[in-house]
Design a protein around this ligand. Structure first.
Ligand code: ATP
Ligand code: MG
Length: 482
């Protein structure tokens, strides 16, 4: 037999209460009755009524206050309010509070059962709707979960099969995932890797250096070299709430192309040097073979100028080749200030001619560098040479050297034309000349490429900060001698 609906009555004893009990029992409901607040609370908790009838006054409590408290706790419980007298205010309060219905004398038995039936039917409808909604939302959630599960598998398949190596690790650099490419790159086939420390599994020094340096601050690109000649470009990307990912791309062929190109440039430059020396030698000899007329003399001068220019270019190319090949290994203690003095002496005539105001600011605690003095001189010559060359007449150039955390900071600033932001990294490329280089100011675009190679081979960094039309500032950071 189906369980009977339980109606809980919260009314003070009265003939009405008895009438309700009898009527509802007769109509087939189970009826419970609370005579004070504690027994009411207990009944609600244990018996879970299907409906409640609350009197205007119950156990010295105001019926409205009690109803509102009950609705707060059980928002879907239908409550019928009973008042001894019908007033407009009373009906309004019932509606405002969201009660199910109300009763007042004179009361017939039918009035009671009708009101109860109506309230129960509405509550049932509400319950059904709620259940349907819950079912609908949970099923759409399940659907979404299903979709994300397939998406996840798809994503996993993609990552597993791409050519680039992918390592995902947690905050402690323990492996969460590696793809097939990584297993091939590091010859790790078959080994169980999840949960292991990346450093313990992969014994490559470059990768270890990347992990150490990237945890200090994000270091985006890093070359990973292998003994067999392969070179990879690794990228470290922090992933919030997971840890980080390292992706590795095979750049061996690009490196090989770069090497071939450098070799080619080096060979050509080298082979050009001897004929150039010969040309220069003969142009000098011509003068000695007999008197020249004015025109011949002028042309010879131009010829010599051009040959010297090409020779300088060829020498720059040869220098770059040597630097890039890593042949620059000479290291000794170098006092930067001394080298600067020689360099400034060389530019003295040019500075005076252009009326440039040159200021230097050298820290007293400047430590020596461990470096190749010839290369450091070349670096300063190029930076100062550019500042003086590109700054218009009457402009200013500042050179400063200071110490910070055992590093030497060199700054060369000027009031030249500046370099557009989008070209600021390109100016360090071979043969690149900025669009702001004034007409008539000559150059081959190799100076800064040489500077960059020198700084890199001394474990330093160089970059430019510049505002168009205001000037540029080249900054070099080099580690001081230990
Ligand atoms: P080279 O130094 O080989 O004779 P270059 O001076 O043109 O030729 P880089 O020194 O490599 O070559 O400089 C590259 C480009 O960067 C220059 O052509 C110029 O456009 C720009 N540049 C370099 N220094 C400055 C500067 N101080 N102010 C403005 N532009 C500069
Ligand atoms: Mg230059």
């Amino acid at each position: 037999m189906a369980k009977l609906d339980l109606i809980l009555l919260a009314l003070d004893p009265s003939p009405i209460l008895d009438l309700m009990k009898r009527t509802l029992n007769a109509a087939g409901y189970e009826v419970a009755f609370a005579h004070d607040r504690p027994s009411l609370d207990l009944s609600i908790q244990e018996a879970i009524p299907a409906l409640m009838i609350v009197g205007e006054k119950f156990a010295d409590q105001d019926g409205f206050a009690l109803s509102s408290e009950l609705l707060e706790r059980f928002p879907t419980l239908p409550i019928i309010f009973y008042a001894d007298k019908d007033t407009t205010g009373f009906a309004k309060s019932v509606i405002k509070m969201g009660l199910s219905g109300y009763l007042y004398p004179p009361l017939r038995m039918d009035d009671i059962t009708d009101e109860v039936k109506k309230s129960l039917a509405r509550a049932r409808k509400l319950g059904d709707w709620l259940r349907r909604e819950v079912r609908r939302t949970t099923s759409s959630l399940a659907e979404k979960a299903q979709i994300s599960e397939t998406e996840r598998t798809k994503l996993e398949a993609i990552i597993a099969n791409i050519q680039d190596g992918v390592i995902v690790m947690d905050d402690n650099q323990k492996i969460l995932f590696v793809n097939r490419a990584i297993r091939e790159i590091f010859s790790l086939d078959g080994k169980e890797l999840t949960g292991k420390s990346l450093k313990d599994v992969v014994l490559n020094e470059d990768l270890k250096a990347l992990l150490v340096r990237s945890s200090d601050g994000p270091l985006k690109y890093h070359e990973i070299n292998f003994d067999d000649g392969r070179v990879f470009n690794a990228q470290y990307t922090p992933i919030p709430k997971i840890g980080a990912a390292v992706t590795m791309q095979d750049i061996s062929y690009i490196k090989e192309l770069d090497r071939l190109k450098s070799d080619f440039i080096h060979t050509v430059s080298h082979d050009l040097r001897s004929p150039l020396t010969a040309i220069l030698g003969y142009t000098e000899l011509i003068e000695r073979t007999g008197p020249l007329n004015e025109n011949q003399y002028e042309f010879l001068g131009r010829l010599q100028g051009s040959v010297q220019h090409i020779t300088a270019l060829v020498n720059d190319l040869l220098d770059l080749g040597r630097l890039e090949a890593g042949f620059d290994t000479r290291r000794e203690a170098v006092q930067l200030e001394g080298v600067l003095k020689y360099s400034l002496d060389m530019f003295d005539a040019q500075v005076k001619k252009k009326n440039i105001i040159l200021t230097k600011d050298i820290a007293t605690d400047l430590q020596p560098l461990r470096a190749n003095p010839i290369r450091i001189r070349q670096m300063l010559d190029n930076l100062l040479g550019n500042a003086i060359k590109y700054t218009p007449d009457g402009g200013s150039v500042w050179v400063s050297m200071s110490m910070q955390d055992n590093q030497i900071i060199l700054k060369v600033e000027d009031t030249g034309p500046g370099i557009p932001a989008e070209e600021q990294t390109n100016v360090f490329d071979k043969f690149y000349r900025a669009t702001t280089a004034p007409d008539g100011v000559e150059g081959s675009g190799l100076g800064l490429a040489i500077v960059k190679s020198i700084v890199t081979s001394h474990q330093g960094r160089v970059w430019v900060e510049s505002t168009l039309g205001k000037g540029s500032s080249f900054i070099v950071i080099l580690p001081a001698q230990e």
